[in-house]
Design a protein around this ligand. Structure first.
Ligand code: BGC
Length: 364
């Protein structure tokens, strides 16, 4: 059978298109599968002032890797809020021969150096929870972080209105997250959208270095000296910084406490919500986030490069990404959202100190 020149040209074009597509699916690293019986996967997390990393992200990630690749070994490092330490941990993992790095950067810009180094060893990097400012990422997995900020801002503004607070009565303190964390600027952006449109003024705001609750506490103490009872609400970007803010408000004898936001549904944060010290938190289902990162890491070990659900532009390149949805949690939502999802058990939440508050909230 003879083919017309046009049919041959079409066939050649189709083959070229397939080749071009396969070269694009994973921009930088399209490695041959690694032997899973010897594969090592590096997990690098950013700080130890936030409970989630050691109590949730790490165990959930390790559990899912074990299920998918029983012989894979997970190497773990927590940077303890130190850029240089994270760089050293990454270098050490690369020297030990990891096949993939799952990296939640302490400093999203500085971590581009780690990605470059990994790339030179043909080791793909998954940007975990916080975005790394590098076009060479294999994947990015996180939550819709501007939505986190909008949920916090909305809950605060609605609570102030519900309590009959007038814009002229005072304003809001904003305790933002770390200036080295891309998420923190997204939370702040989302929160500002709601607060700026509400008519309530922002009295002052602070980017908390390293998300350190002690720094948040000190800053709030200074603002209380300056603004006193003109503070009608506190936007705190996560539960540990909320805890710091609340400690200062209590130490200054402010009563009743103004509404304070949070994030992470930490046990301590949920317990403060039960007793009325903290107004809300944002629940982010960390199990699916960590599990997805583990699945992608094992896929990469096996030479597979699944498509992303969405694409995020970084430095002119489109990074295949997965973004999960956060949920606002006030007192009446702790049961249906956090407990029903298995994030904590009632026994963990409702210890003897909180038994009465739990009963009053219909828990336990
Ligand atoms: C995470 C938050 C966490 C904060 C402090 C952010 O990047 O998304 O869940 O509370 O870092 O570690």
């Amino acid at each position: 059978m003879t083919r017309s020149p046009r049919a041959i040209a079409a066939a050649v074009a189709a083959i070229l298109a397939v080749l071009a597509l396969s070269a694009c699916t994973n921009g930088t690293q399209n490695e041959a599968p690694v032997d899973p019986s010897t594969a090592k996967i590096g997990l690098l997390l950013p700080d130890s002032v936030t409970a989630r990393y050691d109590t949730a992200d790490r165990p959930y990630f390790e559990e899912r890797v074990r299920e998918l690749c029983p012989d894979c070994e997970v190497l773990y490092g927590n940077a303890d809020g130190d850029t240089a330490k994270q760089q050293q941990q990454a270098e050490s993992m690369l020297t030990q021969g990891v096949s993939v790095l799952v990296l939640d950067p302490y400093d999203g810009k500085a971590a581009a150096t780690i990605v470059r180094l990994a790339q030179s060893r043909r080791v793909p990097v998954i940007s975990y929870d916080r975005l790394i400012d590098s076009p060479d990422l294999a994947y990015y997995i996180s939550f819709d972080n501007e939505l986190v900020g909008r949920l916090q801002g909305q809950a605060l503004v609605e609570k102030l209105r519900e309590d009959g607070v007038k814009p002229g009565d005072g304003g809001i303190l904003m305790v933002n997250g770390s200036p080295t964390d891309n998420n923190a600027s997204q939370f702040k952006k989302g929160a500002h959208e709601l607060i700026d449109a509400s008519g309530y003024a922002v009295l002052a705001e602070f980017d908390t270095p390293g998300w350190d609750p002690a720094r948040a506490q000190d800053w709030v103490a200074g603002q209380i000296t300056q603004f006193g009872d003109r503070i009608v609400g506190v936007y705190a970007a996560n539960d540990p910084t909320a805890g710091g803010a609340i400690a200062s408000l209590k130490a200054a004898g402010i009563s009743p406490l103004p509404p304070v936001t949070g994030q992470d549904a930490e046990l301590a944060g949920l317990q403060r919500i039960l007793t009325g010290d903290q107004y809300m938190t944002v629940y982010k289902a960390l199990r699916p986030e960590a599990a997805k990162a583990a699945e992608l890491a094992v896929d990469l070990v096996n030479g597979r490069t699944p498509a992303g659900e969405v694409h995020i532009e970084v430095g002119g390149r489109s990074i295949p990404s997965f973004l999960l949805e956060p949920v606002a949690v006030t007192r009446d939502r702790i049961g249906p959202v956090v407990i029903d999802d298995g994030f904590f058990t009632l026994a963990q939440l409702c210890t003897s100190d909180y038994a009465a508050a739990c009963a009053a909230a219909g828990l336990g």
